[in-house]
Design a binder for this molecule. Structure first.
Ligand code: FES
Ligand SMILES: [Fe+2]
Length: 346
């Protein structure tokens, strides 16, 4: 069960072109494309005649023509041409979805169209910071909830990302965590003071072996997280020193494909080596490499969750932000569908 009345990233802008893009979102087959007037279109990917995928057809000026018997649909989903037939019945139509291009993404609304308000789409990137950024996406055989949960318990960095961005177990255990509710979700700040620099930083961080590092995660329900992370010399965090800081930010937008799979879109930005292209390239590559470590673990976790009873799972201290996030997500779902349980959300 998914929150439907929300904006999800359907694709990057680059992915949507005059060639139909087929993508299953929240268990529904969707076709995305730019019609001949360069308008973004998102239609149910199932022709109302005999059920052929419209993504196998061709884009027209108004919309798309089915590749099987040639019915044409405009961007509202209305059939505008039936070959060899004058009269077009009113029910000759497929569902269309509200779509908006904002930032680097095409956002889609899978719920009641009359509730869609583009003003609710997450603002990203922040205006004017000028950090070079790049998009990436991982298609995971794991629940989108697991991806969000992964980001809400950073104690995994010391184990899963030991050789890249993880701090030592001791430093991680001493991290301070502050969790707060916000209007649209929740936020948590995790700070490690006087910690060893992680393996990935040592080449770029010659000023000393000890650092203060922080991660500021803002969850915007149901499926978006804005992350700001950074590091300074030990002692500088509380003094407010940010000059020369190691700074990165990431937008995580996790769109369910099914209950057991998702599209993990991320936009990674470098505020540290922003005037040094090779350094920025290294930061981007390292971000994707780290997320692939997550992806591997999450897919293995998904297999276990499918085969064994979720009821025997337990929480530990480091789950504090994860538990709060799940609470927000469940509240959001129950507002929309009071009688429904969310699959996979404990
Ligand atoms: S299935 Fe699309 S026109 Fe026949
Ligand atoms: Fe991770």
């Amino acid at each position: 069960m998914f929150v439907r009345n929300a904006w999800y990233v359907a694709a990057t802008r680059q992915e949507v072109s005059d060639k139909p893009l087929a993508r299953t979102l929240l268990n529904e087959p969707v076709v995305l494309f730019l019609n001949g007037q360069a308008e973004i279109c998102a239609l149910e990917d199932r022709c109302c005649h005999r059920g052929a995928p419209l993504s196998l057809g061709e884009v027209t000026s108004a919309g798309v023509r089915c590749g099987y018997h040639g019915m044409e649909f405009d961007r509202s989903g209305r059939c505008v041409d039936i070959p060899g037939q004058e009269r077009i019945p009113a029910r000759a139509a497929v569902r269309s979805y509200p779509v908006v291009a904002k930032g680097d993404y095409v956002w889609i609304w899978m719920g009641a169209a009359d509730k869609a308000d583009a003003a609710d789409i997450v603002d990203y990137p922040p205006e004017g910071d000028g950090w070079p950024c790049a998009n990436d996406m991982l298609h995971l055989k794991a629940s989108y909830i697991m991806v969000l949960e992964n980001l809400m318990d950073l104690s995994h960095l010391s184990y899963l990302h030991r050789t890249s961005i993880g701090s030592s177990e001791n430093d991680s255990a001493k991290a301070s965590i502050d969790v707060r509710r916000t209007d649209r979700g929740m936020r948590f700040l995790r700070v490690m003071r006087n910690a060893d620099a992680p393996a990935n930083w040592t080449k770029r961080y010659p000023t000393g072996p000890k650092v203060d590092r922080w991660s500021d995660f803002e969850y915007v329900a149901p499926s978006t997280i804005k992350q700001y992370s950074g590091g300074v010399n030990a002692g500088e965090y509380d003094a407010g020193v940010r000059e020369g800081a190691h700074l990165v930010r990431t937008l995580h937008a996790v769109t369910p494909e099914t209950e057991k799979s998702c599209f993990y879109f991320f936009n990674k930005a470098d505020g540290y080596a922003r005037f040094e292209p090779p350094g920025t390239e290294r930061t981007w590559k390292s971000t994707t490499d780290v997320f692939k470590e997550d992806a591997f673990m999450l897919e293995q976790q998904q297999l276990r969750m499918e085969n064994f009873d979720e009821g025997r799972l337990m929480d530990i201290n480091t789950d504090v932000a994860r538990v709060q996030m799940i609470r927000v997500l469940k509240e959001r779902l129950s507002q929309e569908q009071p009688s429904q349980e969310m699959a996979g959300a404990k």
